[in-house]
Ligand binder design. Structure first.
Ligand SMILES: CC(C)(COP(=O)(O)OP(=O)(O)OC[C@H]1O[C@@H](n2cnc3c(N)ncnc32)[C@H](O)[C@@H]1OP(=O)(O)O)[C@@H](O)C(=O)NCCC(=O)NCCS
Length: 427
């Protein structure tokens, strides 16, 4: 066998040779695609060692705490670039030239409206409806509206879908805020991406002005969430998309996967946890609970499946959090102080050091969003808005080349074949 290969020794010495595919960064992968012909599957619950695709979009080195989008470090992008540039980069592989940037921003601005049926659907939800349930349903409704004539084999259709989603997601997010408050649909305006989101969410009349510090923070929050390679929601988008389904519904599936507290729901869970802890002198008790094997309590916003050193997004988010609290005059916020105390205690504790559990991006994004005025149950909606370019870039990457329907195998451990027993014969 030419090139690198691995040898798998099974069944008392039978050797199976498997090709090794080389990565440009990070682990090479053993191609096990032919193993099924040898009578074996591989077993990897949670996909901790399994690459399900090849991708050029994002690279993470969890041990080094590195996150690169198309090769650019997230810290540089978050400090020097903006969300729409990052969307262009994720989708097209390169930062835009000035004229490409203007054209991209104009194409997004052009799509800042919702089909009437989708806007009307919002009023059907009860005032207490969870914003993530609404986002899932509203994105599904976009699939219903943008289906006829959509041909995912056409590159122009794929790009139009990406632009539509990037443009419409902040409007859907804004409606999940406005609906329970009984606010009318937001007025149209021509602000930048983050400013437009803030205006669409909070403006009740002409007098609303976007605070540039808050707009910069929102821009960073969207950027820090824009893509994270094959995480649970992106893999969900790819898996759903691999059936050839409508891309808006694949994104709706991604939004559903994001909702869980082990994924996008973590920043909401951080705030709920800080509320539950209540006072700084309760922190020790809760840290002890997090360490107790018999207690399901975990410190939300700590730990990461991939980052086992530091989450590079958390460093930027921490600084942004301080900027926002200072700007809004709430730097003494008791939640922030509790979060800092919790971080100090946990970072010195052997339990967390040994397990390499560090604060992740959600630890500080929740406090920042709360200060901005975003309701806790809407935090994951902000994450979904930021993650949309990543999801759609992965979907587009997949469907732009030959791909297979995703169909995992299983290790079956149930009953072997047996005959049906009639009801009368069962005791
Ligand atoms: C993110 C997360 C799901 C990653 O999980 P994982 O890589 O599968 O790690 P595991 O669940 O196997 O945990 C490894 C060990 O650390 C412990 N641990 C992990 N996260 C912990 C946390 N947040 N608080 C306390 N202990 C934690 C586990 O109990 C386990 O201990 P053990 O080895 O003694 O059994 C997990 O760290 C977590 O639940 N964090 C809180 C939720 C969160 O912030 N999610 C957002 C991710 S962006």
């Amino acid at each position: 066998m030419a090139g690198k290969h691995a040898k798998l020794c099974v069944d008392g010495g039978r050797v199976i040779e498997l090709p090794v595919l080389e990565a440009s960064l990070g682990n090479d992968v053993i191609d096990i695609g032919t193993l099924t012909n040898e009578g074996y599957f591989t077993y990897d619950p949670g996909f901790v060692s399994t690459a399900a695709c090849d991708s050029d979009i994002t690279y993470i080195d969890g041990d080094a705490g590195t996150l690169l989008h198309r090769g650019y470090p997230i810290e540089q992008l978050a400090e020097q670039s903006d969300f729409l540039e990052l969307c262009h980069l994720l989708l097209n592989g390169e930062l835009p030239t000035p004229s490409e940037k203007d054209a991209f921003a104009a194409a997004v601005a052009e799509e800042r409206h919702l089909p009437e049926s989708v806007a009307e659907m919002v009023s059907r939800f009860s005032p207490g409806a969870h914003p993530m349930g609404m986002m899932t349903a509203l994105t599904g409704a976009l699939a219903a509206e943008y289906h006829d004539g959509l041909d995912i084999t056409e590159e122009t259709h794929r790009l139009a879908t990406a632009i539509r989603l990037i443009a419409k997601m902040p409007l859907l997010a804004a409606l999940t805020y406005r609906h329970p408050k009984g606010l009318p649909p937001p007025p149209r305006q021509d602000l930048g991406y983050a400013g437009h989101f803030l205006h669409a969410t909070f403006a009740e009349d002409e007098s609303y002005e976007v605070n540039p510090v808050i707009a910069r923070a929102m821009n960073r929050i969207f950027m820090l969430h824009a893509d994270h390679e094959q995480n649970a929601s992106t893999s969900t988008v790819r898996l759903a998309g691999s059936t050839g389904t409508n891309p808006y519904s694949a994104i709706a599936a991604g939004i559903a996967a994001l909702w869980g507290p082990a994924h996008g729901g973590a920043n909401e869970a951080v705030l709920n946890m800080l509320d539950e802890i209540g006072r700084p002198d309760n922190i020790d008790k809760y840290v002890a609970r997090a360490k107790d094997k018999d207690d399901p309590f975990r410190i939300m916003g700590f730990g990461h499946r991939v980052y086992k050193n530091r989450d590079p997004r958390a460093t930027v988010m921490r600084r942004t959090c301080h900027e926002v609290l200072a700007e809004l005059g709430v730097a003494n916020d008791h939640l922030l102080q509790m979060a800092q105390r919790l971080e100090e205690i946990a970072l010195q504790d052997e339990f967390f050091i040994e397990r390499r559990l560090y604060p992740n991006v959600d630890f500080y994004s929740g406090i920042t969003l709360k200060a901005v005025g975003i309701p806790t149950e809407m935090f994951t909606v902000i994450f979904a808005t930021g993650r949309t370019p990543g999801w759609i870039a992965h979907w587009r990457e997949m469907v732009s080349a030959p791909y297979k329907i995703g169909r995992p195998r299983q290790l079956y451990r149930g009953q072997t074949a047996r005959n049906y027993v009639s009801l009368e014969e069962r005791d």
